[in-house]
Design a protein around this ligand. Structure first.
Ligand SMILES: NC(=O)c1ccc[n+]([C@@H]2O[C@H](COP(=O)([O-])OP(=O)(O)OC[C@H]3O[C@@H](n4cnc5c(N)ncnc54)[C@H](O)[C@@H]3O)[C@@H](O)[C@H]2O)c1
Length: 254
């Protein structure tokens, strides 16, 4: 499919995981891809793979984000797709009883303030064009409580959902769509490590996923391509769950 021919697509957190798979998928669908990451080596490699542009930016820093969208606009003359995907989930973010203010704030900055900044600085370009698709990464944890908490992460993703809903409504009549993407657990290096170390503990997690496995990053990237393309032209201000049925499941002991 070539649904994104002549479109310019920005992907933050492009160097790894879901971001990297999305860079590949969006390019495969014909987009000119701008790979953004704080990690120059990983982000640069992602851009090189698809013959795209790499921009180093810390998405939690306003000057970086402003400069990013200026550069993309100067270079290509349009910004059609903005996938705001960069996020962190550090071990210091734990139960509310353990998590200090510094860890709380860092996660809010990278996961939520970054989405505010990226939307704020891409919207003026999209408004001028009268079109655009913004996709903000939330998570299934934004709608479910977990006893093994990462309190700031969960709250940050809830914030992404609420912010996305409001922007989607505000800019709908200007041809700009804003949707949240909520992945379930994805097969990343972190989860693979867990499987290798303690297969029984890892297998127990799968009990809660109706599909019986974690998502592959490519399956999340396929959803990104759909939300980026005109195939989702009547979707805005919504949450797109790609979670293998996890958030609908009530697990009973067998
Ligand atoms: N992996 C999962 O199971 C899962 C599930 C639900 C939601 N998510 C969300 O999906 C997104 C991507 O997750 P992933 O597992 O692919 O992550 P990842 O750790 O594999 O990749 C994240 C990328 O973001 C970059 N990054 C981190 N901080 C940055 C900053 N301040 N500025 C610019 N770039 C920065 C990193 O360098 C890295 O390349 C995150 O928002 C995450 O919360 C992941």
């Amino acid at each position: 499919m070539q649904r994104l021919e002549n479109r310019v697509a920005v992907v933050t957190g492009a160097g790894s995981g879901i971001g990297l798979a999305s860079v590949r998928r969006l390019a495969a669908e014909g987009a000119r891809v701008v790979a953004v990451d704080i990690d120059e080596a990983a982000g640069g490699a992602a851009a090189k793979e698809v013959d795209g542009l790499f921009v180093r930016a810390d998405v939690a820093v306003e000057d970086d984000v402003r400069a990013l969208y200026e550069e993309v606009h100067d270079r290509y003359g349009s910004v059609d797709v903005a996938f705001h995907n960069a996020g962190i989930s550090p071990p210091e973010d734990d139960s509310i009883l353990e998590t200090g203010l510094e860890a709380w704030r860092r996660v809010q900055e990278v996961n939520l303030t970054s989405v505010y900044l990226c939307c704020k600085h891409v919207l003026p370009y999209m408004r001028r064009q009268g079109r655009g698709s913004i996709i903000n990464t939330a998570s299934f944890v934004a709608r479910m409580g977990a006893a093994t908490s990462q309190i700031s992460y969960t709250a940050s993703k809830g914030g992404v959902l609420a912010l996305t809903r409001e922007l989607g409504v505000q800019f709908a009549r200007e041809g700009i769509r804003v949707n949240a993407l909520s992945p379930g657990p994805v097969n990343t290096p972190l989860l693979r490590e867990l499987f290798a170390k303690d297969p029984e503990r890892a297998a127990r997690r799968l009990v809660h996923i109706p599909v019986g496995r974690f998502a592959e990053p490519e399956e999340i990237a396929a959803a990104v391509a759909f939300l980026a393309s005109d195939d989702s032209s009547f979707m805005t201000a919504s949450e797109f769950l790609v979670d293998g049925g996890l958030s609908s499941a009530y697990v009973t002991p067998s």
